[in-house]
Write a protein that binds this ligand. Sequence first.
Ligand code: ARG
Length: 440
Amino acid sequence: MQRFLSSTQVAPVLTRHPLKTKLCSLMLALLATTHAIADTLVIKADALVDVENNTVLSAPLVIVENNIIRYVGKQGSQTIPDDAQVLDLSGHTLLPGLMDMHVHLTSDANLHGYRRLKVSTPRSAITGVKNAQSTLMAGFTTVRNVGAPGYADVALRDAINEGDVLGPRMYVSGPSIGVTGGHCDNNLLPFEYDVQSEGVADGPWAVRTKVRQNIKYGADVIKFCATGGVLSKGTKVGAQQFSFEEMQALITEAHLRGLTVAAHAHGTSGIKDAIRAGVDSIEHGSFLDDEAIALAKKMGTYLSMDIYVTEYILGEGEKAGILEESLAKERTVGKRQRDNFTKALNAGVKMVFGSDAGVYPHGDNARQLSRMVRFGMTPMQAIQAATIHSADLLGKAKLIGSVSEGKLADIIAVKGDVMADMTLLEHVQVVIKDGVIVKK
Ligand code: ARG
C-alpha cells in the first residue's frame, strides 16, 4: 500500500496508465490474499481525542494495518512490529478526520449573484477538484455535498474514489429539489430567458420523480429546499415553499430507496413541516421556535447550523458579488440563528457540523468550530458534532467518525492541546485518509 501521497505526487497519480493500475491492483490483491502481509503504520502522539468515550487519552499509540485501525491504546502497551512505519507526533493531538455535513465543493466563494451565470457545469466540476483538495488538506476527510448542478458532485466523488484526484470521502445529493421560483431555483433572469434549475418540481408525484432521477444519476442523499433562503433572489427567507404534502412524498420516496434527506430550512413553519414529514437533518434552522426544538428532539432530527458563514457574508459578501437584497436578509438571519443554536443545544437536540463552505472559501471550514464553542458547546461537543454525530447522520458510524479499532484510518493531528484552543483545528498538521498519509 502506498502510504504517502504528497501534492508533488498528485501528477503521477493523475497520469498513470489505467491498464498498469489494473495490473498493479490485481498483483496487490493476489499478494494480500496469498501472503496476508499487512502494511503497518504506528502513530504516537501526546493525546488522542476519544469522541466515543468523551475523554482525552494521553500518550496514545495507534496501529493501522493497511487502511484499518487495528489497535488504540497507551504507548508501551504493545510491541511495535519491526517492519512497521512509525509516525512520531510528539507535541500533537490526534483526532478522527473531521466531517462537514454541508458543503458545495463545486462552488466558488468568489462567484456569487450574477457572477454564477457564467459558470458551466464542466467548469464547476473543475472548481470542485481544487476545492476537494483544499478541504482534505484542512483535515476534513468526509463531506456531505448538498446541492450541485449537473451532477458535477457525482463526477467528483467518483474521481476521488477512483484515485484520479485528491479529496475527502464524499456523499453527494446531485441537484437540490425545490419549487418553481424557490430558493433552489435560478431566479436571476427575466421570464423571456426561461431558465429553471434542474431540481425544480411542483407537486407530490413530480418531487418523487426528481428523487428517482437523482438516485438514477448517482445521489447518495437527497437535498430539498423547504423555505426561502438568504442567497437566492426574490425569496422570503422565513417563508415555507414546499407544502407538507410535497415534503412527505419526497421524504417517503427517498427513505423507501434507503437514502437520507436534508432540508434547507430557515423559516419556522417549513422547519416544523420538514421534521413532521420525517426529514433526517434540518440545514440552517435559523428561525427555530420552542415547538420546532421540541419536535426535533422528539423525532431525533439532526440540526446542521452554519453559524460561521454570516461573518463571511457580511464581511466579504459584497466583494464576492452577493446581491444587496441577500446582504439585507443576512442581517436579520445571523443573530437569530446563533441564539437558536444555543437554545437548541441546551434543549439537547442532536447536532452535526455543517458549514456551507462554498459560500465561503473551502479549507476554512474549521473556523466554525470555535464559534460552536463560543455559542455554547464544550470543545468535546463541537468535535463530536464534526465526527461521530456526522457519521451517525450519514449512517456510517460503524465505518468512520472515531479513532477506534475496526474503523477506517481517517486520522488528523494538530499541534498542541485542542481542548484548550479550538482554533488549532484551523491549522491541521497531519491528515491520514483511508490509511494514506496525505499531509504531513
Ligand atoms: N445557503 C444559505 C442560504 O442562502 C446560506 C445562509 C447563510 N446564513 C446563515 N446565517 N447561515 O440561505
